[in-house]
Write a protein that binds this ligand. Structure first.
Ligand SMILES: [Ca+2]
Length: 479
Protein backbone atom coordinates (compact mmCIF):
# COMPACT_ATOMS: atom_id res chain seq x y z
CA UNK A 1 0.00 0.00 0.00
CA UNK A 2 1.24 3.43 -0.91
CA UNK A 3 0.28 6.50 1.10
CA UNK A 4 -1.43 9.47 -0.59
CA UNK A 5 -0.57 8.35 -4.11
CA UNK A 6 -2.78 9.77 -6.82
CA UNK A 7 -4.49 7.84 -9.61
CA UNK A 8 -1.96 8.83 -12.26
CA UNK A 9 1.20 8.85 -10.14
CA UNK A 10 2.28 5.62 -11.85
CA UNK A 11 3.30 5.56 -15.48
CA UNK A 12 0.97 2.62 -16.13
CA UNK A 13 -1.86 4.96 -15.05
CA UNK A 14 -0.76 7.88 -17.19
CA UNK A 15 2.18 9.61 -15.48
CA UNK A 16 4.48 10.98 -18.19
CA UNK A 17 7.16 12.80 -16.19
CA UNK A 18 8.87 9.66 -14.90
CA UNK A 19 8.66 5.89 -15.18
CA UNK A 20 7.56 3.49 -12.46
CA UNK A 21 9.08 0.47 -14.13
CA UNK A 22 8.45 -2.09 -11.40
CA UNK A 23 4.79 -1.32 -10.80
CA UNK A 24 4.28 -1.08 -14.57
CA UNK A 25 5.81 -4.55 -14.86
CA UNK A 26 3.54 -5.84 -12.10
CA UNK A 27 0.54 -4.51 -14.06
CA UNK A 28 1.77 -6.33 -17.17
CA UNK A 29 1.96 -9.53 -15.17
CA UNK A 30 -1.54 -9.11 -13.80
CA UNK A 31 -4.64 -6.92 -13.86
CA UNK A 32 -4.79 -3.13 -13.66
CA UNK A 33 -8.04 -1.81 -12.22
CA UNK A 34 -9.34 1.43 -13.68
CA UNK A 35 -12.25 1.85 -11.25
CA UNK A 36 -10.52 1.12 -7.98
CA UNK A 37 -11.42 3.22 -4.95
CA UNK A 38 -10.09 3.79 -1.49
CA UNK A 39 -12.62 3.49 1.32
CA UNK A 40 -11.89 7.08 2.29
CA UNK A 41 -10.06 10.17 1.08
CA UNK A 42 -7.78 9.94 4.14
CA UNK A 43 -5.36 7.46 5.68
CA UNK A 44 -6.76 6.08 8.93
CA UNK A 45 -10.28 5.46 7.67
CA UNK A 46 -9.10 3.38 4.72
CA UNK A 47 -6.76 1.39 6.94
CA UNK A 48 -9.55 0.64 9.42
CA UNK A 49 -11.69 -0.56 6.48
CA UNK A 50 -8.91 -2.76 5.12
CA UNK A 51 -8.07 -4.30 8.46
CA UNK A 52 -11.67 -4.88 9.52
CA UNK A 53 -13.02 -5.67 6.04
CA UNK A 54 -15.99 -3.39 6.61
CA UNK A 55 -17.11 0.18 6.14
CA UNK A 56 -14.96 2.06 8.60
CA UNK A 57 -17.92 4.08 9.89
CA UNK A 58 -19.10 0.97 11.74
CA UNK A 59 -16.39 1.60 14.35
CA UNK A 60 -15.65 4.79 16.29
CA UNK A 61 -12.02 4.78 15.17
CA UNK A 62 -13.12 4.63 11.54
CA UNK A 63 -15.56 7.45 12.15
CA UNK A 64 -12.69 9.79 12.96
CA UNK A 65 -12.00 12.07 10.03
CA UNK A 66 -9.15 11.11 10.28
CA UNK A 67 -7.74 9.71 13.52
CA UNK A 68 -5.51 12.52 14.69
CA UNK A 69 -4.13 13.58 17.99
CA UNK A 70 -5.23 17.00 19.15
CA UNK A 71 -5.08 18.75 22.46
CA UNK A 72 -8.76 18.20 23.20
CA UNK A 73 -8.07 14.47 23.14
CA UNK A 74 -6.06 14.80 26.30
CA UNK A 75 -2.68 13.69 27.46
CA UNK A 76 -1.40 10.67 25.51
CA UNK A 77 0.38 9.49 28.64
CA UNK A 78 -2.84 9.42 30.67
CA UNK A 79 -4.63 6.08 30.31
CA UNK A 80 -7.97 7.75 31.01
CA UNK A 81 -7.70 10.45 28.36
CA UNK A 82 -9.88 10.15 25.25
CA UNK A 83 -6.69 9.77 23.25
CA UNK A 84 -6.25 6.31 24.67
CA UNK A 85 -9.81 5.16 24.06
CA UNK A 86 -9.88 5.20 20.30
CA UNK A 87 -8.62 2.39 18.10
CA UNK A 88 -9.69 -0.92 16.59
CA UNK A 89 -10.75 -2.82 19.70
CA UNK A 90 -8.36 -5.61 20.58
CA UNK A 91 -11.07 -8.26 20.43
CA UNK A 92 -12.19 -7.22 16.97
CA UNK A 93 -11.30 -9.79 14.32
CA UNK A 94 -9.18 -8.20 11.61
CA UNK A 95 -7.78 -9.67 8.43
CA UNK A 96 -4.66 -10.48 10.43
CA UNK A 97 -6.63 -12.22 13.19
CA UNK A 98 -8.39 -14.40 10.69
CA UNK A 99 -5.32 -15.24 8.61
CA UNK A 100 -3.25 -16.01 11.69
CA UNK A 101 -6.01 -18.39 12.77
CA UNK A 102 -5.88 -19.95 9.29
CA UNK A 103 -2.18 -20.73 9.72
CA UNK A 104 -0.63 -17.76 7.95
CA UNK A 105 2.39 -15.95 9.30
CA UNK A 106 1.16 -12.35 9.47
CA UNK A 107 3.10 -9.10 9.59
CA UNK A 108 2.56 -5.39 9.20
CA UNK A 109 5.59 -3.38 8.18
CA UNK A 110 4.94 0.35 8.00
CA UNK A 111 2.02 2.53 8.92
CA UNK A 112 -0.76 1.36 11.25
CA UNK A 113 -2.84 4.49 12.07
CA UNK A 114 -5.74 2.49 13.52
CA UNK A 115 -5.19 3.47 17.16
CA UNK A 116 -2.13 5.37 18.26
CA UNK A 117 -1.82 5.07 22.00
CA UNK A 118 1.85 4.35 21.67
CA UNK A 119 2.68 5.06 25.28
CA UNK A 120 0.28 2.49 26.61
CA UNK A 121 0.02 -0.22 23.98
CA UNK A 122 -3.76 -0.19 24.29
CA UNK A 123 -4.11 -0.56 20.54
CA UNK A 124 -1.86 -1.68 17.76
CA UNK A 125 -1.27 -4.34 15.15
CA UNK A 126 -0.17 -6.96 17.68
CA UNK A 127 -3.44 -6.47 19.60
CA UNK A 128 -5.30 -7.02 16.33
CA UNK A 129 -3.82 -10.29 15.21
CA UNK A 130 -0.55 -9.43 13.48
CA UNK A 131 2.26 -11.66 14.66
CA UNK A 132 4.88 -9.12 13.67
CA UNK A 133 4.92 -5.34 13.48
CA UNK A 134 7.74 -3.00 12.58
CA UNK A 135 6.67 0.53 11.82
CA UNK A 136 4.69 3.57 12.87
CA UNK A 137 1.50 3.79 14.91
CA UNK A 138 0.63 7.38 14.06
CA UNK A 139 -0.60 9.01 10.88
CA UNK A 140 2.59 10.68 9.79
CA UNK A 141 6.27 10.44 10.59
CA UNK A 142 9.41 12.01 9.26
CA UNK A 143 10.90 9.78 6.57
CA UNK A 144 14.39 9.86 8.11
CA UNK A 145 13.94 10.43 11.85
CA UNK A 146 10.65 8.51 12.17
CA UNK A 147 9.39 11.18 14.56
CA UNK A 148 5.70 12.04 14.68
CA UNK A 149 3.90 15.38 14.71
CA UNK A 150 4.94 15.85 18.33
CA UNK A 151 8.62 15.28 17.72
CA UNK A 152 8.46 11.90 19.40
CA UNK A 153 10.05 8.87 17.78
CA UNK A 154 7.30 6.60 16.52
CA UNK A 155 9.10 3.45 15.43
CA UNK A 156 8.08 0.16 16.97
CA UNK A 157 9.11 -3.44 16.84
CA UNK A 158 6.14 -5.45 18.01
CA UNK A 159 4.98 -3.51 21.06
CA UNK A 160 8.37 -2.14 22.02
CA UNK A 161 9.83 1.17 20.95
CA UNK A 162 12.81 0.73 18.68
CA UNK A 163 16.06 1.83 20.28
CA UNK A 164 16.78 5.50 19.59
CA UNK A 165 19.82 4.76 17.48
CA UNK A 166 18.43 1.82 15.51
CA UNK A 167 17.75 2.80 11.91
CA UNK A 168 17.74 6.50 12.86
CA UNK A 169 18.31 8.34 9.60
CA UNK A 170 17.28 5.44 7.37
CA UNK A 171 14.77 6.48 4.73
CA UNK A 172 11.56 4.71 5.69
CA UNK A 173 10.86 3.34 2.22
CA UNK A 174 14.25 1.59 2.21
CA UNK A 175 13.85 0.44 5.80
CA UNK A 176 10.48 -1.18 5.13
CA UNK A 177 11.67 -2.71 1.87
CA UNK A 178 14.60 -4.39 3.63
CA UNK A 179 12.27 -5.72 6.31
CA UNK A 180 9.91 -7.11 3.67
CA UNK A 181 12.72 -8.84 1.77
CA UNK A 182 13.99 -10.37 5.02
CA UNK A 183 10.45 -11.54 5.84
CA UNK A 184 10.01 -13.25 2.47
CA UNK A 185 13.36 -15.05 2.77
CA UNK A 186 12.39 -16.25 6.26
CA UNK A 187 9.11 -17.65 4.96
CA UNK A 188 11.01 -19.52 2.28
CA UNK A 189 13.07 -21.11 5.05
CA UNK A 190 10.22 -21.98 7.40
CA UNK A 191 7.86 -22.86 4.54
CA UNK A 192 4.97 -21.01 6.21
CA UNK A 193 2.20 -19.35 4.18
CA UNK A 194 2.21 -15.65 4.85
CA UNK A 195 0.32 -12.38 4.75
CA UNK A 196 2.51 -9.29 4.60
CA UNK A 197 0.85 -5.90 4.88
CA UNK A 198 3.62 -3.67 3.54
CA UNK A 199 2.26 -0.23 4.29
CA UNK A 200 4.80 2.22 2.89
CA UNK A 201 4.72 5.74 4.30
CA UNK A 202 5.69 7.31 1.01
CA UNK A 203 4.54 9.25 -0.82
CA UNK A 204 3.03 11.04 2.17
CA UNK A 205 4.67 14.31 3.28
CA UNK A 206 7.22 15.47 4.37
CA UNK A 207 8.42 15.99 0.84
CA UNK A 208 11.78 14.31 1.01
CA UNK A 209 13.43 11.97 -1.46
CA UNK A 210 15.86 9.23 -0.46
CA UNK A 211 18.86 11.54 -0.93
CA UNK A 212 17.44 14.42 1.12
CA UNK A 213 18.81 13.39 4.50
CA UNK A 214 20.59 16.73 4.86
CA UNK A 215 17.68 18.79 3.59
CA UNK A 216 16.73 21.74 5.85
CA UNK A 217 13.35 20.07 6.27
CA UNK A 218 15.25 17.53 8.32
CA UNK A 219 15.62 20.17 11.03
CA UNK A 220 13.87 19.65 14.38
CA UNK A 221 10.14 20.07 14.80
CA UNK A 222 8.16 22.13 13.89
CA UNK A 223 10.07 22.33 10.64
CA UNK A 224 10.15 18.61 10.09
CA UNK A 225 6.63 17.44 9.36
CA UNK A 226 4.67 20.61 9.04
CA UNK A 227 6.85 22.33 6.47
CA UNK A 228 4.21 22.47 3.79
CA UNK A 229 6.08 25.19 1.98
CA UNK A 230 8.67 22.62 0.93
CA UNK A 231 8.47 20.13 -1.87
CA UNK A 232 8.38 20.21 -5.62
CA UNK A 233 7.23 17.90 -8.40
CA UNK A 234 10.81 16.65 -8.83
CA UNK A 235 11.09 15.78 -5.14
CA UNK A 236 7.75 14.02 -5.29
CA UNK A 237 8.91 12.05 -8.34
CA UNK A 238 11.93 10.87 -6.35
CA UNK A 239 9.63 9.66 -3.57
CA UNK A 240 7.47 7.74 -6.04
CA UNK A 241 10.45 6.24 -7.86
CA UNK A 242 12.09 5.13 -4.63
CA UNK A 243 8.84 3.42 -3.63
CA UNK A 244 8.75 1.78 -7.05
CA UNK A 245 12.34 0.62 -6.54
CA UNK A 246 11.30 -0.82 -3.17
CA UNK A 247 8.43 -2.73 -4.77
CA UNK A 248 10.92 -4.01 -7.34
CA UNK A 249 13.15 -5.43 -4.61
CA UNK A 250 10.21 -7.12 -2.90
CA UNK A 251 9.08 -8.67 -6.19
CA UNK A 252 12.63 -9.81 -6.87
CA UNK A 253 12.76 -11.51 -3.46
CA UNK A 254 9.54 -13.35 -4.30
CA UNK A 255 11.08 -14.52 -7.60
CA UNK A 256 14.39 -15.50 -6.04
CA UNK A 257 12.70 -17.63 -3.37
CA UNK A 258 10.34 -19.27 -5.84
CA UNK A 259 7.37 -17.91 -3.86
CA UNK A 260 6.13 -15.54 -6.58
CA UNK A 261 4.12 -18.15 -8.43
CA UNK A 262 1.99 -18.89 -5.38
CA UNK A 263 1.65 -15.37 -3.99
CA UNK A 264 -1.06 -12.80 -4.62
CA UNK A 265 0.49 -9.34 -4.89
CA UNK A 266 -1.72 -6.27 -4.68
CA UNK A 267 -0.67 -2.63 -4.90
CA UNK A 268 -3.07 0.16 -3.93
CA UNK A 269 -3.03 3.65 -2.44
CA UNK A 270 -4.86 4.44 0.80
CA UNK A 271 -6.45 7.61 -0.62
CA UNK A 272 -6.23 9.96 -3.56
CA UNK A 273 -3.30 12.18 -4.39
CA UNK A 274 -1.83 15.08 -2.45
CA UNK A 275 -0.65 18.40 -3.83
CA UNK A 276 2.13 17.10 -6.10
CA UNK A 277 0.15 14.10 -7.30
CA UNK A 278 -1.19 13.56 -10.77
CA UNK A 279 -4.86 12.65 -10.51
CA UNK A 280 -5.75 13.09 -14.18
CA UNK A 281 -8.41 12.72 -15.51
CA UNK A 282 -10.11 13.49 -12.20
CA UNK A 283 -10.57 16.58 -10.03
CA UNK A 284 -10.07 16.89 -6.29
CA UNK A 285 -7.40 15.46 -4.06
CA UNK A 286 -6.87 13.83 -0.68
CA UNK A 287 -9.75 14.91 1.57
CA UNK A 288 -12.30 15.24 -1.25
CA UNK A 289 -14.99 12.82 -2.34
CA UNK A 290 -14.46 14.01 -5.88
CA UNK A 291 -12.90 11.14 -7.83
CA UNK A 292 -9.40 12.56 -7.36
CA UNK A 293 -9.69 12.01 -3.61
CA UNK A 294 -10.81 8.39 -3.76
CA UNK A 295 -9.99 6.87 -7.16
CA UNK A 296 -6.61 5.21 -6.74
CA UNK A 297 -4.24 2.79 -8.44
CA UNK A 298 -5.16 -0.87 -7.97
CA UNK A 299 -2.95 -3.59 -9.43
CA UNK A 300 -3.17 -7.30 -8.69
CA UNK A 301 -1.03 -10.23 -9.79
CA UNK A 302 -2.06 -13.80 -9.10
CA UNK A 303 -0.05 -16.13 -11.32
CA UNK A 304 -2.05 -18.91 -12.90
CA UNK A 305 -5.36 -17.54 -11.60
CA UNK A 306 -5.68 -14.00 -12.97
CA UNK A 307 -4.76 -13.23 -16.58
CA UNK A 308 -1.65 -11.26 -17.50
CA UNK A 309 -1.54 -7.76 -18.92
CA UNK A 310 -5.26 -7.02 -18.68
CA UNK A 311 -7.27 -4.08 -17.53
CA UNK A 312 -10.57 -4.36 -15.72
CA UNK A 313 -13.23 -1.69 -15.28
CA UNK A 314 -14.71 -3.57 -12.33
CA UNK A 315 -15.66 -1.08 -9.62
CA UNK A 316 -13.82 -2.12 -6.47
CA UNK A 317 -12.84 -0.69 -3.10
CA UNK A 318 -10.15 -1.26 -0.47
CA UNK A 319 -12.22 -3.58 1.72
CA UNK A 320 -12.76 -5.91 -1.27
CA UNK A 321 -9.14 -6.99 -0.88
CA UNK A 322 -9.87 -8.11 2.66
CA UNK A 323 -12.66 -10.35 1.38
CA UNK A 324 -10.52 -11.51 -1.54
CA UNK A 325 -7.52 -12.46 0.60
CA UNK A 326 -9.67 -14.22 3.20
CA UNK A 327 -11.49 -16.19 0.52
CA UNK A 328 -8.18 -17.19 -1.06
CA UNK A 329 -7.11 -18.52 2.35
CA UNK A 330 -10.37 -20.45 2.72
CA UNK A 331 -11.70 -18.26 5.49
CA UNK A 332 -13.84 -15.15 5.95
CA UNK A 333 -14.61 -12.37 8.37
CA UNK A 334 -16.20 -13.38 11.66
CA UNK A 335 -19.95 -12.57 11.58
CA UNK A 336 -19.72 -11.97 15.33
CA UNK A 337 -17.87 -8.74 14.55
CA UNK A 338 -20.46 -7.40 12.12
CA UNK A 339 -21.70 -7.83 8.56
CA UNK A 340 -19.40 -9.82 6.29
CA UNK A 341 -20.59 -8.56 2.93
CA UNK A 342 -19.48 -4.91 2.84
CA UNK A 343 -16.60 -5.98 0.59
CA UNK A 344 -16.68 -8.70 -2.07
CA UNK A 345 -14.28 -11.42 -3.21
CA UNK A 346 -13.02 -10.07 -6.53
CA UNK A 347 -11.53 -13.39 -7.63
CA UNK A 348 -14.35 -14.72 -9.86
CA UNK A 349 -14.56 -11.40 -11.69
CA UNK A 350 -10.85 -10.76 -12.12
CA UNK A 351 -10.21 -14.32 -13.33
CA UNK A 352 -12.04 -13.25 -16.48
CA UNK A 353 -10.54 -9.75 -16.70
CA UNK A 354 -10.32 -8.52 -20.25
CA UNK A 355 -11.87 -11.67 -21.72
CA UNK A 356 -15.14 -12.02 -23.57
CA UNK A 357 -16.51 -13.84 -20.53
CA UNK A 358 -15.83 -10.95 -18.18
CA UNK A 359 -18.98 -9.96 -16.35
CA UNK A 360 -18.61 -6.79 -14.35
CA UNK A 361 -20.59 -6.74 -11.15
CA UNK A 362 -22.67 -3.63 -10.61
CA UNK A 363 -21.79 -2.09 -7.26
CA UNK A 364 -23.31 0.43 -4.91
CA UNK A 365 -20.57 1.98 -2.79
CA UNK A 366 -20.73 4.73 -0.18
CA UNK A 367 -18.40 7.36 1.20
CA UNK A 368 -18.88 9.88 3.98
CA UNK A 369 -16.25 12.36 5.06
CA UNK A 370 -16.47 15.74 6.81
CA UNK A 371 -19.96 16.51 5.61
CA UNK A 372 -19.35 15.19 2.11
CA UNK A 373 -21.57 12.34 0.97
CA UNK A 374 -21.05 10.16 -2.08
CA UNK A 375 -22.66 7.12 -3.64
CA UNK A 376 -21.46 5.31 -6.72
CA UNK A 377 -24.24 3.15 -8.15
CA UNK A 378 -23.35 1.65 -11.51
CA UNK A 379 -21.96 4.57 -13.48
CA UNK A 380 -23.93 7.19 -11.58
CA UNK A 381 -22.56 9.16 -8.69
CA UNK A 382 -24.46 11.20 -6.17
CA UNK A 383 -22.34 13.80 -4.43
CA UNK A 384 -23.02 16.30 -1.68
CA UNK A 385 -20.27 18.85 -1.21
CA UNK A 386 -20.31 21.39 1.62
CA UNK A 387 -19.48 24.82 0.30
CA UNK A 388 -16.03 24.82 1.84
CA UNK A 389 -15.00 21.80 -0.23
CA UNK A 390 -16.49 22.80 -3.55
CA UNK A 391 -13.96 23.16 -6.34
CA UNK A 392 -16.19 22.24 -9.23
CA UNK A 393 -16.27 24.96 -11.88
CA UNK A 394 -20.03 24.52 -12.24
CA UNK A 395 -20.31 26.19 -8.86
CA UNK A 396 -18.65 29.38 -9.94
CA UNK A 397 -20.95 32.31 -9.18
CA UNK A 398 -23.34 33.09 -11.93
CA UNK A 399 -22.37 36.47 -13.44
CA UNK A 400 -26.01 37.45 -13.68
CA UNK A 401 -26.54 37.16 -9.95
CA UNK A 402 -24.71 38.37 -6.90
CA UNK A 403 -22.94 35.49 -5.18
CA UNK A 404 -24.36 34.65 -1.80
CA UNK A 405 -22.40 32.27 0.36
CA UNK A 406 -24.42 29.40 1.77
CA UNK A 407 -26.22 30.33 4.92
CA UNK A 408 -25.48 34.02 4.62
CA UNK A 409 -29.04 34.85 3.59
CA UNK A 410 -30.61 32.76 6.28
CA UNK A 411 -31.26 29.65 4.23
CA UNK A 412 -30.26 26.26 5.51
CA UNK A 413 -28.31 25.12 2.49
CA UNK A 414 -25.34 23.07 3.62
CA UNK A 415 -23.82 22.34 0.28
CA UNK A 416 -24.36 21.54 -3.34
CA UNK A 417 -25.82 18.28 -4.55
CA UNK A 418 -24.77 16.67 -7.77
CA UNK A 419 -25.55 13.72 -9.97
CA UNK A 420 -22.79 12.74 -12.35
CA UNK A 421 -22.57 10.06 -15.02
CA UNK A 422 -19.01 8.82 -14.62
CA UNK A 423 -19.16 6.84 -17.85
CA UNK A 424 -18.93 10.11 -19.77
CA UNK A 425 -18.04 12.76 -17.20
CA UNK A 426 -15.10 11.57 -15.13
CA UNK A 427 -14.19 15.15 -14.24
CA UNK A 428 -17.52 15.69 -12.52
CA UNK A 429 -18.46 18.85 -14.35
CA UNK A 430 -21.93 18.22 -15.77
CA UNK A 431 -24.41 18.19 -12.92
CA UNK A 432 -27.37 16.05 -13.95
CA UNK A 433 -29.26 17.07 -10.81
CA UNK A 434 -30.38 20.22 -12.60
CA UNK A 435 -30.07 22.27 -9.43
CA UNK A 436 -28.34 25.06 -11.30
CA UNK A 437 -31.03 25.19 -13.97
CA UNK A 438 -33.75 25.07 -11.33
CA UNK A 439 -32.19 27.88 -9.33
CA UNK A 440 -31.32 30.27 -12.14
CA UNK A 441 -33.28 29.39 -15.28
CA UNK A 442 -36.32 27.18 -14.81
CA UNK A 443 -37.80 26.82 -11.34
CA UNK A 444 -39.87 23.86 -12.55
CA UNK A 445 -36.79 21.84 -13.56
CA UNK A 446 -36.53 18.60 -11.59
CA UNK A 447 -33.69 16.15 -11.22
CA UNK A 448 -33.93 12.70 -12.84
CA UNK A 449 -35.43 9.87 -10.75
CA UNK A 450 -31.96 8.40 -10.15
CA UNK A 451 -31.05 11.43 -8.07
CA UNK A 452 -33.68 10.61 -5.44
CA UNK A 453 -32.91 6.89 -5.65
CA UNK A 454 -29.23 7.39 -4.90
CA UNK A 455 -30.00 9.78 -2.08
CA UNK A 456 -32.35 7.21 -0.57
CA UNK A 457 -29.67 4.54 -0.85
CA UNK A 458 -27.23 6.81 0.93
CA UNK A 459 -29.73 7.52 3.71
CA UNK A 460 -30.40 3.81 4.14
CA UNK A 461 -26.67 3.04 4.34
CA UNK A 462 -26.09 5.99 6.62
CA UNK A 463 -28.54 4.72 9.21
CA UNK A 464 -26.49 1.53 9.51
CA UNK A 465 -23.35 3.50 10.32
CA UNK A 466 -22.37 5.35 13.45
CA UNK A 467 -23.86 8.84 13.44
CA UNK A 468 -22.04 11.36 11.32
CA UNK A 469 -19.80 13.70 13.30
CA UNK A 470 -20.63 11.60 16.29
CA UNK A 471 -18.89 11.86 19.60
CA UNK A 472 -16.81 8.97 18.41
CA UNK A 473 -14.66 8.84 21.48
CA UNK A 474 -17.61 7.87 23.65
CA UNK A 475 -18.80 5.09 21.43
CA UNK A 476 -16.08 2.52 21.48
CA UNK A 477 -18.49 -0.12 22.74
CA UNK A 478 -16.28 -3.08 21.96
CA UNK A 479 -13.28 -2.07 24.00
CA1 LIG B 1 -2.86 8.46 3.12
Amino acid sequence: MGDDMGYADLSCYGQRSYITKNLDKLAKQGVLLTNHYSNSPVCSQTRVAFNTGRYQQRLPVGNMEPLFYSEDMGDPNNPDSPFNKIGIPGNYGTIATRLTQAGYHTALYGKWHCGYSGALNTFGPIKNGYEEFYGFLSGGVHHFTHKDDYDKRDLWNGESPVDASENFGTYDTDLLTDKAVEFIRARKKDKTPFFLNLAYHSTHWPWLGPDDKDHPQNAPYPFALEAFNYGAPDTYAKQVISLDDGVGKVLKALEATGLARNTIVVFVSDNGGERYSNVWPFIGSKGHLYEGGIRVPGIVRWPGVFPRNKKSAQVSITMDWTATFLAAAGTSLDPADGPIDDGIDLTPILMQAGSKNEELQSRTLFWRFKGQHAVRDGNLKYLLMPESYVINVTDMPDPRHPFTPAGADGDDEIGTEYLFDLSKDQREQANQANSYIKKWIDPSAEPPAAFATLKEKFDEWNTEMLPENSAALKLNARM
